[in-house]
Design a protein around this ligand. Structure first.
Ligand code: ATP
Ligand code: MG
Length: 381
């Protein structure tokens, strides 16, 4: 008898001819996730199993963050012996009150009882030892699960995992990561679909300080919990911002700043092997996120720009931020490079074709090159 974690996978099931590839990546990712707790991982019978972990709770915490997984159940693996299984079930329900139901399944058809007979038999044995309980087959408060496979598995219900697709199966993208609430959530949404992301952060010392930098690295660390690790590109952006402030029409300052972020991000993204950029923009949230403004920002890059939050309200974004545990870090009050030079009256309906004129006095190529060349790379954790 030993403790194991039963791990169920989700959408990977649908992958047809590519399924072996997706599964291999998924199992590798589970292996990496449980390495710090020394878990042993294997596959059998359409399931992933983890055993020999040092710390069950930590193992569950890690596995439930692996994209591509549907749910996990901490279970006891034991011999297919009815008496032993019955005892284990009764023990599981010790001290529990209310109603319950046994869910039994058997893939080993040589086991003498079929699923229904087994459920009824085990229900009876649980009641013998726990007379405080009653059976309710329609709306039970508690459940006992028993599976008869190569071995027998006894557990109670399942813990949901994050879902999505295995990390690494969706290509690569570059996330523009600010210190705000939105961009970590945007990154999470794409990572969830199996996209490996690097983060690009624009900093403007001395207008932004060490604390703002730490905050971004902390956010990247949170995201890295789902990805294993993350490359963070720290771009020095002060010179660009000062030039824009000095040489461009004030009302277009934010928009031109965003166009520079895109140009620089695209260059870094190419070097990372990314095929797309990701931002945390949501339609209409601020002046630079109107349709006209987004058209102007997209116009300077060839890569597609993914904006997974485009149709979400702030409250919906905040709910995801809470769920993935980035919210508390995001609301720390450090200056962002954008807030430093924010114009008082930003243009909300800019025209794409007037933008080159507004940027006429800037040496775009030189500014982009300078920023890219002086970018520092940090790998977290
Ligand atoms: P967030 O909450 O993600 O900061 P926001 O609502 O504050 O977003 P903006 O400041 O207009 O909106 O930024 C829009 C998007 O541009 C961000 O979601 C992020 O992807 C990117 N961005 C903004 N500032 C930076 C920065 N300093 N470094 C990297 N990316 C940035
Ligand atoms: Mg912001």
């Amino acid at each position: 008898m030993r403790d194991v974690l039963l791990v169920r996978y989700g959408e990977v099931f649908l992958k047809g001819a590519n399924r072996p590839h997706f599964l291999k990546v998924l199992v590798d990712n589970v292996r990496k996730a449980v390495k710090p707790v020394n878990g042993h991982v294997w596959m059998s019978d359409g399931r992933i199993y983890v055993s020999d972990f040092d710390d069950l709770d930590e193992c569950i915490r890690r596995v439930t963050k692996v994209f591509g997984l549907y749910s996990v159940s901490p279970a006891v693996e034991m011999e297919k012996d009815l008496d032993a299984i019955g005892e284990r079930c009764a023990m599981l329900m010790q001290g529990v009150t209310g109603t319950f139901k046994v869910y039994a399944r058997r893939s080993d058809k040589t086991f003498p009882l079929n699923s229904q007979e087994l459920a009824a038999e085990l229900g009876g044995r649980i009641l013998d030892k726990n007379p405080q309980l009653t059976v309710d087959v329609h709306h039970p408060e508690h459940r006992v699960d028993v599976e008869i496979r190569d071995n027998a598995y006894v557990y109670a219900g399942e813990i949901m995992a994050v879902g999505g697709m295995p990390m690494g199966t969706g290509g690569r993208a570059a996330l523009l990561l600010s210190g705000g609430i939105d961009s970590p959530v945007a990154g999470y949404q794409l990572m969830k679909r199996g996209v490996r992301c690097c983060a690009i952060h624009f900093q403007s010392p001395p207008y932004t300080g060490e604390l703002a930098r730490d905050k971004v690295l902390q956010l990247a660390n949170k995201l890295a919990e789902y990805a294993g690790s993350m490359r963070v590109y720290m771009v020095p952006f002060t010179h660009c911002q000062l030039e824009i402030h000095e040489k461009c029409p004030e009302g277009l300052g934010t928009l031109i700043t965003r166009r520079f972020m895109m140009r620089i991000a695209e260059r870094i993204a190419q070097s990372y092997g990314a095929q797309a950029l990701i931002t945390g923009e949501s339609l209409g949230q601020v002046a630079s996120q109107t349709m006209e403004a987004l058209l102007c920002t997209d116009a300077v890059v060839e890569m597609p720009v993914f904006r997974p939050l485009i149709g979400l309200d702030k409250t919906e974004i905040m709910a995801i931020a809470e769920k993935i545990d980035t919210y508390e870090t995001s609301i720390l009050p450090y200056e962002d490079c954008c807030t430093v030079f924010t114009p008082r009256h930003p243009v909300t309906r800019p025209k794409k074709k007037t933008m080159p004129e507004a940027e006429r006095k800037l040496d775009i190529e030189a500014l982009v090159n300078e920023a890219v060349e002086n970018t520092e790379v940090v790998i977290v954790p």
